[in-house]
Design a protein around this ligand. Structure first.
Ligand code: DGT
Ligand code: CA
Ligand code: CA
Ligand code: ZN
Length: 575
């Protein structure tokens, strides 16, 4: 059974589709009118259908009654589906651009073959749109701006980009004299890989000046809402931010609420209710209104009032964290300070920007005791991958550097060796055997079918020289989807062969995804947090990796590079 609102949505879409196909205006109007009538109908729809009285409603023709009846009962309408299939799917996106109605889109489609946004952009840039009757320069410029905003506004933002904007704002807020406490909440605080919008929360009794400061913050491009205690702004890159100011005594309840997630909040609220408390962003209220509900001077106290230990924000996804907290079984999450070194980094020998020495010096500055170098192998020619003789030369250089005693950090010689189509590796076992460690990675043939891709990687996992698998799914956030691979099967194979799965800490990748790690660790798979640094600065990506590892419930013990150099060497020599 389809809801009334959904039915009227379909009718509206039919009207748009008809207009795109160039149907006559009366027919089009009948559908949009039908949608309006349906929305304002006060009588029971099923009753009207059953008694045949729907046809008596002014404006309802027989055709409309039929279609509404079918939608109500079946939830789909063949007429609508056929109509939709007759139109390039991209056109429905084109029509979302501000200023483009069905009539204009039809002109673009029939005269300039615009079937999607990409083509629309091309014909705007070439000036063909301006030349079209009824369009002109100004319309063309507006369409281009609309396309640009659409991309920027629709996209979620990678965590690192969002954090870069959020950090100075939070610091600025904390310095305002009226501010008692301030925090970032929402998905940023929960360490999601991408962030929809920022959520700032402030405790204060004097919101006015705080709001003023916020909406005039440099970099704010647009104020989308300004109220007494809540404002929203948009930045240059399309990211939006909400600021809420609450009285200090409500702050920790609001912080908890706006940190989310929604699923976590729902579970917390249920737990509160079972204890006679209703819970909201304002605080607790006793349901019987006889007992006094507890307040909270910290987030710990919010949890404590419900018999729980404080739950790290990274874990608040409604995935059993409340049960674990109740049982005092929450994991001791890995910390950045636990990291003692990293594997998988590149130098100028392949596609890195800094030399071996520069990378070693930078690793030492990070306070690490080992640095793995794994440049590309020969098949990755576009990344200037090393062949056997250049690799032998690099091993020699690394040995010399280690012996020279110039750095306290021990450099480990490795390779990010390409996994070939059939799962064999770009170097022979003999060559691989000379390295301190080996990362096996897929860098091509992303379109292999799932079964073939999975078998390919499993074969590499089974190679005794392969210590870890790099960026398992190949995803680039907002840019490239992961390729098809059976992650559950890979996890089993990694566990069975004592092969590590990398947590690639590049903020574009964060691959393997946090959603898999708890399961992987439970199966006994060890993690390595790998910056995959292509310059000295990117060694700092390790922090992103640690954040995602925490989000994946990982403890120090489950991450190889929290171990000391001797322990790591022992592990690498395990086979
Ligand atoms: P985002 O912005 O899409 O990356 O994700 P969040 O989690 O930051 O979501 P947002 O900004 O819409 O809201 C922030 C938090 O506020 C959210 O995580 C939980 C809380 N919240 C918002 N709407 C609701 C709701 O309808 N119900 C409940 N229980 N909590 C909500
Ligand atoms: Ca948010
Ligand atoms: Ca928000
Ligand atoms: Zn790679």
């Amino acid at each position: 059974m389809m809801e009334k609102a959904a039915i009227s949505g379909v009718l509206d879409e039919i009207a748009v589709l008809l207009e795109l196909t160039g149907e006559n205006p009366f027919k089009i109007r009948a559908y949009s009118a039908g949608a309006r009538i349906l929305e304002t109908l006060t009588e029971d729809l099923d009753e009207l259908i059953k008694t045949g009285k729907l046809a008596d409603v002014p404006g309802m023709g027989e055709a409309l009654v039929d279609k509404i009846t079918t939608l109500r009962h079946d939830g789909v309408l063949p007429f609508h589906q056929k109509l939709k299939a007759s139109i390039p799917p991209g056109l429905l996106e084109v029509i979302q651009i501000p200023g483009l109605g069905p009539k204009k889109v039809r002109a673009l489609w029939t005269q300039l073959q615009v079937e999607d946004i990409a083509r629309l952009k091309t014909v705007c840039e070439s000036g063909e749109v301006a030349a079209l009757k009824g369009f002109g320069e100004k319309t063309q410029t507006n369409i281009l701006a609309g396309i640009k905003n659409r991309i920027a506004y629709a996209q979620r933002h990678r965590w690192a980009d969002a954090a870069e904007i959020a950090e100075p704002i939070l610091e600025g807020l904390k310095k305002l004299p009226q501010v008692k406490m301030a925090e970032s909440a929402g998905s940023l605080r929960r360490a999601r890989e991408t962030v929809g919008d920022l959520d700032f929360l402030v405790g204060s009794t004097e919101p006015g000046p705080i709001m003023e400061w916020f909406v005039h913050y440099p970099g704010v491009k647009e104020i989308t809402a300004q109220g007494e205690t809540k404002s929203s702004v948009r930045f240059e890159n399309g990211l939006q931010a909400d600021l809420r100011v609450v009285p200090p005594e409500q702050f920790y309840f609001a912080l908890h609420h706006f940190t989310g997630s929604k699923e976590h909040n729902v579970a917390m609220r249920q737990r509160a209710l079972s204890r006679g408390l209703s819970m909201s962003e304002w605080g607790f209220k006793s349901v019987d209104e006889k007992t006094v509900a507890p307040g909270a001077q910290s987030e710990e106290e919010v949890f404590k009032a419900l018999g729980l230990e404080w739950i790290p924000p990274e874990l608040r996804e409604g995935a059993g964290e409340i049960e674990e907290s109740e049982a005092k079984r929450l994991p001791q999450l890995v910390k950045l300070q636990d990291i003692k070194g990293v594997f998988h980094n590149h130098t100028t020998a392949s596609d890195g920007d800094h030399t071996l020495e520069q990378m070693a010096a930078a690793a030492e500055k990070m306070g690490w005791s080992y640095l793995g170098i794994s440049d590309h192998s020969k098949s990755s020619f576009q990344a200037r991958g090393l062949d056997e003789s250049r690799l032998a030369q690099q091993i020699e250089e690394i040995n010399k550097l280690n012996q020279s005693g110039r750095f306290k950090v021990r450099v480990l010689s490795g390779s990010e060796v390409d996994i070939l189509r059939d799962g064999s590796l770009d170097f022979s076992d003999e060559v691989l055997g000379k390295l301190d460690f080996v990362v096996g990675s897929v860098h091509n043939l992303f379109t292999l079918d799932k079964e073939a891709q999975t078998q390919r990687i499993i074969k590499a996992i089974e190679n005794e020289h392969v210590d870890m698998i790099g960026h398992l799914t190949g995803r680039l956030l907002n840019r490239r989807e992961p390729y098809e691979v059976d992650v559950a099967k890979i996890i089993d194979a990694a566990a069975a062969n004592d092969t590590i799965l990398e947590l690639n800490a590049n903020p574009w990748r964060l691959d393997l995804d946090w959603r898999w790690w708890r399961r992987a660790a439970e199966k006994g798979v060890l993690c390595a947090i790998n910056p995959d640094a292509h310059d000295t600065e990117q060694l700092g990506f390790a922090a992103h990796g640690v954040r995602i590892a925490r989000k994946g419930w990982l403890t120090k013990e489950q991450v190889l590079n929290t171990r000391s150099l001797p322990e790591v060497l022992k592990w690498l020599g395990r086979k």
